[in-house]
Design a protein around this ligand. Structure first.
Ligand code: F0G
Length: 410
């Protein structure tokens, strides 16, 4: 049986799976999908999930829905998919040397249909929205959620409305949202302000698709199923993930909890969340060992995707870190910028926010917290082409201009 329940361990209030509440009506904490009862044998499911990669059924072609035994159930024709997932695990060489480790692997979720990990959550969230009969869907976004929501809404045939912090989302992401036909609302202020505007509007006609929507989390957790499958179910020692609104790290924690609970793995990697120094409320909380997160009123980092001061899923994310023996840290814009450039020079590329992971690996290795031989998976969340302005600004000195006569000679 699958139903919604409160994510707070001391509440666990349960609701119908398709209840539209985003918070527990009893205590106000976020909700999550809970799977009760036994699953088929892990060995059989591992085999089935792999065999589905040979099938042309739309649900099997999706790297999210091929894991459907661990997802909410829908009739096949309801599923809104762009064949997301099934992205490679890439061995990093140059980046590993730079960070001082031997076994570094990038799970590149930027190689999804709209260029970010958001597609994994959006196929699930949009499927639920369509199942519930939504006509308009919406989100606040630093850019990637907007691009993904716009694409999946177009596929589902529903109206998309995205709220962006004015002038702060990269032009590439804004262009995607426009290209996919979304209505774009620019909000003066930060992502947090945009989210507040949307939540306060409480438009009953609008189906809300930020990552506090538990169905988004369901899709995003499959990245970990796929990652472990690619590691032949050998569990890495560390899992690095960038932290913004903290939905993704929450999803990864949930994935690991479920895999362990159902006997797919017998240990879990340590989840290491890396934030940008200028937008680091969870890292501050971690350092202070405090009890509750103090939002930052003016988050600031060149990694615009994670310029977030009041992450909504912080409790779930902290729970994921604690349950896996992990930690939270932050890196400066200089450190993440250097890491981004190294990932580019490894022939892989990513957007600035994703490079926090490599910068974080280097920092913990330098501090003696991670051994050189540890097996490390770092999640790259967005494609290099997500923020071309950032790249060009960082490299202008390397662009040569030749005289026209010289150019003809070349
Ligand atoms: N990396 C990228 C490329 C992102 O776009 C985001 C979040 C994150 C990391 C952080 O993930 O929020 O789950 O902790 N982007 C959101 C957006 C906020 O609107 O596109 P998180």
């Amino acid at each position: 049986m699958k139903y919604l329940r409160c994510s707070a361990a001391d509440c666990r209030n349960s609701l119908d799976l398709h209840d539209r509440a985003l918070e527990c009506p009893r205590c106000g904490n976020l909700l999550e999908v809970f799977i009760e009862g036994d699953l088929p044998e892990p060995a059989n499911l591992k085999k089935l999930w792999r065999e589905r990669r040979m099938s042309n059924d739309a649900r099997d072609v999706s790297g999210v829905w091929r894991f459907r035994e661990l997802l909410p159930d829908y009739p096949a024709e309801t599923i809104v998919t762009l064949s997301e997932g099934n992205v490679p695990l890439v061995r990093a060489r140059r980046a590993a040397d730079w960070a001082g480790v031997r076994n570094l692997w990038f799970k590149h979720l930027g190689w999804n249909p709209t260029g970010s990990f958001k597609d994994l959550g959006m196929t699930a969230g949009m499927t639920e929205a369509r199942f519930m009969g939504a006509k308009t869907v919406g989100c606040a976004s630093t850019g990637n959620t907007a691009a993904s929501l716009a694409a999946y809404a177009a596929r589902a045939g529903v109206t998309a409305r995205v709220y962006l912090p004015s002038g702060q989302a990269s032009a590439n992401k804004l262009a995607q949202a426009l290209d996919f036909g979304a209505e774009v609302v620019q909000i003066e202020g930060s992502f947090d302000d945009a989210l507040n505007v949307l939540l306060r509007a409480a438009d009953p006609e609008l189906y809300f698709l930020n990552s506090i929507n538990p169905f988004r989390i369901e899709g995003q957790k499959t990245a970990i199923f796929e990652l472990l499958e690619q590691f032949e179910w050998h569990v890495p020692d560390y899992l690095f993930v960038p932290g913004g609104n903290l939905g993704n790290s929450s999803a990864f924690g949930k994935a690991l909890r479920e895999l362990k609970q159902h006997g797919f793995i017998d240990r879990v990697p340590r989840i290491i969340i890396v934030q940008a120094e200028g937008a680091n409320p969870l890292a501050r909380l971690w350092r202070s060992k405090g009890a509750s997160l103090q939002p930052l009123a003016h988050p600031d980092t060149a990694a615009t995707a994670i310029r977030i001061g009041n992450p909504r899923s912080w409790k779930k994310a902290l729970q994921a870190v604690e349950a896996t023996g992990g930690r939270v840290l932050d890196v400066t814009d200089e450190e993440l910028g250097e890491a981004k450039s190294v990932i580019g020079h490894d022939g892989i590329g990513c957007e600035p926010a994703s490079a926090t992971t490599l910068a974080g690996v280097r920092k913990l290795v330098a501090g003696g917290e991670i051994e050189r031989d540890a097996v490390i998976a770092a999640v790259l969340t967005g494609h290099a082409l997500k923020d071309t302005e950032y790249i060009i600004k960082s490299h202008t000195k390397r662009i040569d201009t030749a005289e026209p006569s010289m150019a003809t000679l070349c």
